[in-house]
Design a protein around this ligand. Sequence first.
Ligand SMILES: [Zn+2]
Length: 136
Amino acid sequence: MKPEPIDLQEQYPCPRCKRGNLHAIILTEAFGCDRCQQIFGLSEDNQTIEQLSTSYPYTKTWQWVAEGWRSKDHGLSGNYLPLVLGALAIPLFMTFWLPRYFQLPPGPGVILWITLTFLLMTLPSLMLWLVLRDSR
Ligand SMILES: [Zn+2]
């Protein structure tokens, strides 16, 4: 299915909150949502709208396809999954392999060390996961 051009005179549902309506902002090439107050800029070819926000490391864009918004970032999100899995697998590997390598005797100290290492190393991947989950 081909994306249809987006018309500033038309009214569209909000791709972000799904409940609000987008209204063209006067004298700009942008839409504003009447519910979540998000601003969406229209691309020059009128094919995509882009969320104008600084709270995410990348911008989210949508195309209007068959009376509904289609996110253009699906492929990008898919590419992040192996990265997140890898970020989780490395600390897991380090946590269980390192104590054996150094032949640390089992005991409360080792368990504490494992827990601390695991928490410190999973924190970045957890944050990445939160950012990605929130942007869907
Ligand atoms: Zn909205």
